[in-house]
Design a protein around this ligand. Structure first.
Ligand code: PBG
Length: 389
């Protein structure tokens, strides 16, 4: 008997607490995992998550007022507020504009697979550089397209090589411009590979001194920074040693450390006439199925003395930007490559996408992922958009 009475009291209590719960005036409906402890504990008897949901149902039935206290939309209300709470802020000092320079005079040729991008002869390049500076970008990455190519890439490190000539002129005319050069051999070799050939093998170690020599010749001609993109093992130390030996201890190296063998480089190879004559670049550029390998490359290059690590391409590799940023403590750059540009341009020219919005979204995506430096053929446009906010 007493047991039955206790049982009745208990059940009445339970029902009472469910039907007349001491719910706080304001409670929140969120996904289970998001119910804050504070609110849970204000719930009546048996206020585990399950009872909470039952309670909410009953409350609805009884038409009690239920108010969400956490509303992410509150901070999206109006441009001014949205800008205040932005997590990613950008400015044009982080932009680098890639440019192509070729032998000859008075020529500016549009690259057919990259409308709006050009190959300049050195004299015309100066006009191009002026435009870049006027747009608010003060950093360029130079690529050379020599007239003569040979097996040994001798034009890559020649004193009167195309990049060297461009550097001398640019340095003279635009002291305020920050000049970065791509250090690689593929534009200079007759076979289009990024290193020396032994049979059909791209030989790593015999390529290193040539890369180092090329980097040194760029710096001697006025480059502020060199960016090796060849993906040979050990090239950062080889370049660092060569620069230091010649008194350029303060010239930074931005390493294309995490560079994938990517079809996104297609239009660039048209532009630079650097497609490999046979085979592909898979024995030196990375397999795009891999991410841990990318961390390994990045860490190695930092150990070898790289000052900045680049991930390339950008758009399909934003995960790598985030991972590399966590793994190393040097600044992280990413390169939105020619194929990314060509795709956006083509779709925009067809009226299929809003070019400005797409470019901005791609750029912010890269910065949000963790890049603090962004190389893009849209640098001039982006500088303008950044200014507009
Ligand atoms: C040179 C180099 C390439 C790019 C930058 N440096 C081409 C390649 O590796 O084949 C690609 C840049 C772009 O696609 O915009 N090795």
């Amino acid at each position: 008997m007493p047991l039955i009475i206790i049982g009745i009291i208990f059940i009445t209590g339970l029902l009472y607490s469910i039907y007349f719960p001491q719910v706080p005036e304001i409670i929140m409906i969120q996904r289970r995992s998001l119910i804050p402890h504070r609110i849970k504990t204000k719930l009546p008897l048996y206020s585990n998550i399950k009872t909470y949901h039952i309670t909410v149902k009953i409350l609805k039935k009884k038409q009690r007022r239920i108010i969400m206290i956490i509303r992410p939309r509150r901070l999206r209300n109006g441009d001014s507020l949205r800008k205040m709470v932005r997590e990613t802020r950008v400015d044009s000092s982080s932009l680098i504009y890639p440019m192509f320079v070729m032998d000859g005079e008075n020529k500016k040729e549009e690259i057919s697979s990259m409308p709006g991008q050009y190959r300049y002869t050195v004299d015309k390049l100066m006009d191009g550089l002026e435009e870049v500076l006027n747009s608010g970008v003060d950093k360029v990455m130079l690529f050379g397209i020599p007239d003569k190519k040979d097996e040994h890439a001798s034009q890559a490190f020649a004193d009167d090589g195309i990049v060297q000539k461009a550097l001398l002129e640019a340095r003279k005319n635009f002291p305020q411009l920050y000049l970065i050069t791509d250090v690689c051999l593929c534009e200079y070799t007759s076979h289009g590979h990024c290193g020396m050939l032994h049979g059909h093998d791209v030989d790593n170690d015999s390529t290193l001194p040539i890369l180092a020599r090329t980097a040194l010749s760029h710096v001697q001609a006025g480059a502020d920074m060199v960016a090796p993109s060849d993906m040979m093992d050990g090239r950062v130390s080889a370049i660092r040693a060569e620069l230091d030996k010649n008194g350029f201890n303060n010239t930074p190296i931005m390493s294309y450390a995490v560079k994938y063998a990517s079809a996104f480089y297609g239009p660039f190879r048209d532009a630079a006439d650097s497609a490999p004559a046979f085979g592909d670049r898979k024995t030196y550029q990375m397999d795009f199925h891999n991410s841990r390998e990318g961390i390994r490359e990045a860490v190695l290059d930092v150990e070898e003395g790289a000052d900045i690590i680049m991930i390339k391409p950008a758009m399909a590799y934003n995960d790598m930007i985030t991972k590399v940023k966590e793994a190393v403590s040097v600044p992280v750059a990413t390169y939105s490559v020619s194929g990314e540009y060509a795709m956006v341009k083509a779709a925009a020219q067809n009226g299929w996408i809003d070019e400005k919005k797409i470019i901005s979204e791609m750029a912010i995506g890269a910065y949000r992922a963790g890049a603090s430096i962004y190389l893009t053929y849209y640098a001039k446009e982006l500088a303008q958009y950044f200014k507009e906010g």
